[in-house]
Ligand binder design. Sequence first.
Ligand SMILES: Cc1ncc(C[n+]2csc(CCOP(=O)(O)OP(=O)(O)O)c2C)c(N)n1
Ligand code: SF4
Ligand SMILES: [Mg+2]
Length: 314
Amino acid sequence: MMNAVNPQYEREDCLLRPGNTNCGGCGMSMGLTLLGRALEGETYSMVIPACCGIVTAGAYPTTSYNVPVLASTFASSPAFASGVAAVNELNQDPDARKPRVICWAGDGGTYDIGIATLSAAAERNEDLIYFCYDNEIYGNTGGQRSSATPVGARTTTTPGGKGEAKKEIMEILAAHRIPYAATLSIAHPDDFREKIRKALAMSGFRFFLMHAPCPTGWKTEPAESIELVRLAVRSGIFPLYEVYDGTDYRISMEPDGTDPEKYFEKQKRFQGQDIDLEKVKLAVTARTERLWKLAGLSQVDKAASAYSVNKPPA
Ligand SMILES: Cc1ncc(C[n+]2csc(CCOP(=O)(O)OP(=O)(O)O)c2C)c(N)n1
Ligand code: SF4
Ligand SMILES: [Mg+2]
């Protein structure tokens, strides 16, 4: 496609070009930047369904993406990407580096409408790297609730706050026994990069879930996006962990006891609601303990662990 940007932005690791129309403080944009850096030196194309991420591309013949992008229907990106991976395989030059296929989809496309094609591609163990940037709403169409929206959050279709809990998509993917699944936070770029590099060294279906603050939908200050997702990790609201082969759980960072209230009070989507914070805290604790059990670690191990967001391992 035609390139209408200043050549100084044509860095090899630049995936998202400046001048795109994404909102200020968009977590998805920051995720694309980190992804581009982690994929430096790789040859890859992206498959993106209907979502903010495909609007990001902009109007033909210009594009805000620095790699080839294929737009799919809302529900079909994993199926579409499976086809692209198969064609790549057929065209593979044995002496050349293998081209990667990246699916980049929102929570609506992942947790809801795309879940059938996602499950099918995971079950076939297609050679794909699938990213869900989870902004916890249908952002592109005005901020409707999805099954990733957390309980209590106001959206355009839940004006009184959502009544249901967020779906545990990581557990659904783990049940497919795919080689690798991991959660990512844009507030932890080193962990982000390390996980992507690990995934690149594997083949088969690899799944990433990235917490993506959306100032427009969350009614938050754009400048606070990183701080918000950092609070989500520290409080245990968005745990960072990996799952190998669907069964081998490894905790990347341990919550440090930060009160979840600090996360809620910065977001107008949680204001005006009767959010039962005690209930939220209990749910966070229960999930943290479940993750520790799945990771095969007892409370004794946990107490002995020096691995926390405040205190990284030596
Ligand atoms: C079958 C179908 N239904 C509805 C739409 C309209 N639509 C386009 S994007 C979108 C929301 C996407 O939400 P999500 O996947 O979470 O991505 P985000 O917009 O939040 O980035 C919807 C409902 C569509 N394109 N196709
Ligand atoms: S609506 Fe949200 S996800 Fe979409 S571009 Fe704006 S901040 Fe990003
Ligand atoms: Mg979304």
